[in-house]
Write a new protein. Structure first.
Length: 323
């Protein structure tokens, strides 16, 4: 039986970082396939990951948990047929819930060894009221408190308490029996997403779920905490400093900025990865698409428009092209 892990967690908490580091450290001798469901039309993680190892399928439109079960399942089937993997990791979009993906994996006869929720210990406070974030914790059986380098021990203890409280309240239950789906859950700590190997040893194996799928309805997160994204294209004759300036001006409503930009004073295109005020850059070898920045957050339309007004090298597309 093919094994799988589902990695969930809010925007920018460190899911991809965990995936990259974990696969390199613990699964280098296995045939690994990775499915990334990135929120929005344009995903960037795919480019980054495919440089590192095996294969990325990107379900690019919308979020799997709402409408895309079928597309997701046929994508996973395609990967199974093409690569015959021993283990599959699914990174869910930061704006989606893990449970529908769990059901899809079970539909495909894939064993789910764990649903891992990555938590940003530094920033939990600023996103813990978001309902999707709560359901992500409720629908997981392995919590990983990540970014431990950015908090003190006391702060980490407070985060742990918050996580337990949310877990208790939002723990996902069998709709027929009202019993919790996961008998147990564990809380781990991580730095750059690196956790102990036992997390992946299947010791927290999830029990079979019977008769639950039919009645499960996930809450309507799309209307409640409207996380949206906006894409801006960048003029190409800019310097790194221009990009830096934009990132220093990001308002609080924007949780996350991703992008790939080409600038005059750096030889290779640069990947931007911004979350909650922190930013990291990475150089990319090959990128032939236009320079873009994707802004993700709650009710951000106005803020992104203001950014575009302020920085005339940022251009909002006038229309959207869907695939
Ligand atoms: N300081 C610190 N930064 C981290 C850690 N884990 C991830 N990051 C950074 O957080 C940002 C978002 O990480 P990413 O894995 O792309 O998040 P995702 O959206 O959940 O996939 C990146 O800039 C990472 O380098 C960590 O443990 N400590
Ligand atoms: Mg990611």
């Amino acid at each position: 039986m093919i094994q799988s892990f589902i990695i969930t967690g809010f925007l920018g908490v460190g899911k991809t970082t965990m995936l990259t580091n974990t696969v390199q450290k613990y699964f280098s001798d296995k045939k690994v396939a990775i499915v990334v469901n990135e929120f929005g039309d344009i995903g960037i993680d795919g480019d980054i990951l495919s440089n590192v190892y095996s294969e990325v399928l990107e379900i690019s439109e919308g979020c799997i948990c709402c409408q895309l079960a079928e597309e997701f399942e046929s994508g996973v089937l395609e990967i199974m047929n093409k690569y015959n993997p021993e283990i599959i990791f699914v990174e869910t979009s930061g704006a989606s819930e893990p449970f529908p993906i769990f059901l899809s994996m079970q539909n495909l006869g894939i064993s789910v060894e764990g649903v891992i929720c990555v938590i940003d210990s530094k920033n939990l406070d600023s996103y813990k009221d978001n309902s999707t974030a709560k359901y992500q914790i409720g629908g997981s059986n392995i919590m990983v408190l990540n970014k431990t380098d950015l908090v003190s021990n006391d702060e980490l203890e407070a985060v742990k308490k918050d996580v337990i409280a949310i877990k208790e309240e939002y723990n996902i239950k069998n709709t027929l029996t009202d019993e919790p789906i996961f008998n147990n859950y564990v809380i781990n700590k991580a730095h750059q997403g690196l956790v102990n190997q036992e997390v992946f040893d299947g010791v927290y194996r999830i029990d079979e779920i019977i008769g639950l799928a039919k009645d499960y309805k996930h809450h309507d997160h799309t209307s409640k905490d409207s996380i949206t994204q906006k894409v801006a294209y960048l003029k190409e004759d800019i310097n790194f400093g221009n990009v830096d300036e934009v990132l220093k001006t990001i308002p609080k409503s924007i949780y996350r900025v991703k992008g790939v930009v080409k600038v005059k004073d750096v030889p290779n295109p640069i990947i931007i990865n911004y979350s909650f005020g922190n930013v990291s850059f990475e150089e990319l070898e090959e990128y032939t698409q236009p320079s873009i920045m994707i802004f993700i957050g709650e009710s951000i339309d106005n803020d992104v428009n203001l950014l575009c007004e302020k920085f005339d090298f940022l251009n909002m597309p006038k229309f959207r092209v869907s695939k």
